[in-house]
Design a protein around this ligand. Structure first.
Ligand code: SAH
Length: 243
């Protein structure tokens, strides 16, 4: 069959795969994607052909999947978390009209935002915004504007791509923007590194402390709103019930 499943595999190992993701992987002849993610799931499906590629080769990866499906194979293009949240579903769908014989099926996965939230407690219990601090595909001015407006809107924030070797001070700048919009320095924040993977670690801290924190690209960051509280070591944003 000429088909590409674009499969979100969740943040970590096999226990995060949904039944729908498992069925798509099972139905595929070829598993392809970024090396780390293919390596996470390939052992569950021994004997399947695999094809891995490095970071920043996303468009080539999509084309490879579409071309392989065009030649008659069923392909699973895997990505971490959800396939449509900073994932491969959108580039794949944008390229897919060039391959009219190929059907594309998007398979959702557990995204870092909610998997990490569960590790911390319930930091996203009310309205929130997810913002990526990566300026590889988005101009920094746009990121800054979104941070400013999300802070003004009293949203809790979940930050993806909060740092890397080349972008050491992005989190600091993001915190400064949120502080400048009036969020209190003692606002409860948290981060989770390697959600669902070996060596998972998490920390709660204030917004002022988060500004000084060094985090890497394997980390998801949470900034509470004015009602977010520490409940016996868990980060909780209330639903808003008047008690
Ligand atoms: N499609 C993915 C997001 C890819 S963007 C998803 O839905 O989760 C990559 C960013 O996601 C990372 O920089 C990090 O901020 C976050 N992320 C993805 N997997 C993670 C994990 N296992 N632990 C912590 N953060 C993760």
């Amino acid at each position: 069959m000429n088909k590409v499943f674009v499969v979100g595999i969740g943040p970590g190992g096999a226990e995060y795969l949904t039944g729908q993701a498992r069925a798509a992987l099972e139905a595929s002849q070829v598993l392809c994607g970024y090396t780390l993610y293919v390596e996470l799931i390939a052992p569950l499906y021994p004997g399947k052909e695999t094809h891995t590629s490095g970071m920043r080769q996303e468009l080539e990866r999509c084309r490879w999947a579409l071309e392989t499906a065009q030649r008659g194979k069923t392909v699973a293009l895997v990505c971490s978390g959800d396939s449509g949240i900073y994932g491969m579903a959108s580039p794949l769908l944008i390229l897919s009209p060039e391959y009219p014989e190929v059907a594309v099926e998007v398979v959702a996965g557990l995204t870092a935002a909610n998997a990490g939230a569960a590790v911390l407690g319930a930091p996203l219990g009310h309205d929130f915004c997810v913002i990526s601090l990566s300026d590889l595909l988005t101009p920094w001015e746009t990121i800054e504007k979104r941070l400013r407006l999300a802070a003004q809107g009293e949203f809790a924030l979940c930050l993806y791509n909060p740092g890397s070797r080349k972008r050491k001070d992005f989190l600091r700048t993001a915190c400064e923007i949120v502080l400048a919009e009036g969020r209190a320095p003692d606002t409860l924040c948290g981060w989770v590194r390697n959600i669902g993977r070996p060596g998972e670690t998490a920390k709660l801290l204030t917004l002022a402390e988060l500004r000084e924190e060094q985090v890497d690209m394997f980390t998801t960051v949470y900034i509470g709103n004015s009602t977010t509280q520490n409940v016996q070591g868990r980060m909780v944003t209330p639903r808003g019930y008047r008690t």
